[in-house]
Design a protein around this ligand. Structure first.
Ligand SMILES: Nc1ncnc2c1ncn2[C@@H]1O[C@H](COP(=O)(O)OP(=O)(O)OP(=O)(O)O)[C@@H](O)[C@H]1O
Ligand SMILES: Nc1ccn([C@@H]2O[C@H](COP(=O)(O)O)[C@@H](O)[C@H]2O)c(=O)n1
Length: 229
């Protein structure tokens, strides 16, 4: 049987360390939804550039690599993987080197255009009743028509504390500075710090992980007028 209805689209944006990936994945798992981590694609393309020895400040050189970007990602929250060609880069794309390079490639319009088309195609082809798509420009560019649009944010201090708690290979100061500079670079490209019209803000500064997941699920249930979970 072919699909008769399109999946419910849930778009979640927010700054670095706000909990987008971990909260979206956990909420998708509980709802029986698919989960699309859009940041992983930008990270994987930055990884390809670094692996290829491309100068990521050379826009033409980065653009020339786009046709070679053979990308795949797992959208089942329980079978998450990120691949470039046959190479599994799930862990490699989280390295400090990739985190330092990703904003440079993400600011190139041709990169954004190709990846946005890819995200829209991936989201419409999931074999689930819904899909949670998370990133920076989902509520505004990738899926502005989404039934549910959420800005997941937290104070800069809370986001830094959380990020430095998970990254033990660098000092808290280094992690904090990297997070600030990535947010600064990213906010040149798209505003993910203020909610566009129709976007619900969930501020997790004073919520723990479980409370944040429930807050997101509550918004989804309210906006779709269904009791998914
Ligand atoms: N409300 C919360 N309370 C405590 N810890 C949290 C909360 N939300 C997320 N975390 C933790 O904070 C860390 C960062 O979360 P996550 O990686 O999902 O953020 P992110 O928004 O996807 O960041 P980035 O955009 O940089 O990928 C993770 O270790 C996650 O478990
Ligand atoms: N929709 C998006 C998602 C991500 N980016 C860029 O990728 C970087 C990594 O994203 P994470 O969610 O994995 O931290 C992010 O800092 C942006 O530079 C984007 O531009 N648009």
């Amino acid at each position: 049987m072919g699909r008769h209805t399109l999946p419910t689209l849930v778009a979640i944006d927010g700054p670095a360390g706000s909990g987008k990936s971990s909260v979206s994945r956990a909420a998708a798992r509980r709802l029986g939804f698919a989960y699309l981590d859009t940041g992983a694609a930008y990270r994987a393309f930055a990884w390809l550039n670094l692996d290829n020895g491309t100068d990521t400040s050379d826009t033409d050189a980065v653009r020339r690599l786009l046709p070679e970007f053979d990308y795949s990602i797992g959208t089942d929250p329980d079978e998450y993987y990120v691949r470039v060609g046959q190479i599994d880069v799930t862990d490699a794309i989280r390295s400090p080197e990739v985190s330092a390079a990703v904003s440079a490639v993400a600011r190139i319009p041709a990169v954004r255009s190709q990846l946005t088309d890819l995200f829209q195609s991936l989201a419409s082809n999931v074999d689930r009743p819904g899909v949670i798509i998370e990133g920076r420009d989902i509520t505004t560019v990738v899926a502005p028509e989404a039934e549910v649009r959420i800005l997941l944010t937290a104070s800069e201090q809370a986001r830094m504390d959380r990020r430095s708690a998970e990254i033990t290979t660098q000092s808290a100061e280094t992690v904090a500075e990297q997070l600030r500079s990535r947010d600064r670079a990213d906010s040149q490209v798209v505003d993910f710090m203020s909610a566009a019209d129709g976007v619900i803000t969930v501020d997790s500064t004073h919520l723990d992980f479980e409370q944040t997941i429930q807050a997101v699920i509550d918004v989804i249930n309210t906006r779709t007028k269904r009791a998914f979970a």
